[in-house]
Design a protein around this ligand. Structure first.
Ligand code: CU
Length: 163
């Protein structure tokens, strides 16, 4: 009787230990990012330099992936335009791409002279101080709504804010 109780207790303890270990390993293989296993994106520093006219505008921001799952930015929508594109800059020329990697535990930087969002055709021309709402779409993560601050045309996030 006494020996049996001890065995049962030992079995229960080892089961608890096994559960704790598998809990850890599922966390490190990338499935433990959130309850549904999707990566979660944090967007900071979003801005649009004041457009010259209603033909086009660029937008810049930093998209941070705090999860262990790599993802891709696959599209952008906004009430300001029906045609938003993802552009990369190569040899000082920009070209449209259909997605951009957001690495696991990393970030995608959209900045002047490099990758950016391009509005093709605006429904109005925003002015400095206005806000422009965009929604970012990802292959895996849920869409993220971002408010872009409309800034002076010479504004450059890299030069004007330290973080
Ligand atoms: Cu462009």
């Amino acid at each position: 009787m006494n020996a049996r109780t001890t065995r049962t207790l030992a079995a229960a303890l080892s089961l608890t230990a096994a559960l704790a270990i598998s809990g850890c390993s599922s966390d490190s293989d990338g499935s433990g990012d959130s309850a549904n296993g999707k990566p979660k994106m944090t967007v900071s520093g979003g801005y649009m330099p004041e457009p010259v006219n209603d033909k086009m505008a660029g937008a810049f921001m930093v998209i941070k992936n705090d999860s262990k799952t790599a993802d891709k930015l696959t599209g952008i929508t906004s009430p300001l335009s029906d045609d938003l594109q993802i552009h990369e800059t190569k040899d000082q020329k920009m070209q449209q791409v259909h997605s951009m990697d957001v690495p696991a535990n990393g970030e995608l930087e959209l900045a002047r002279g490099g990758n950016h969002v391009m509005f093709m055709g605006l429904k109005n021309t925003p002015k400095v101080g206005d806000k422009v709402t965009v929604e970012l779409h990802f292959e895996k993560a849920d869409p993220v709504k971002v408010e872009l601050d409309v800034k002076e045309r010479t504004y450059n996030a890299q030069n004007s804010n330290g973080h």
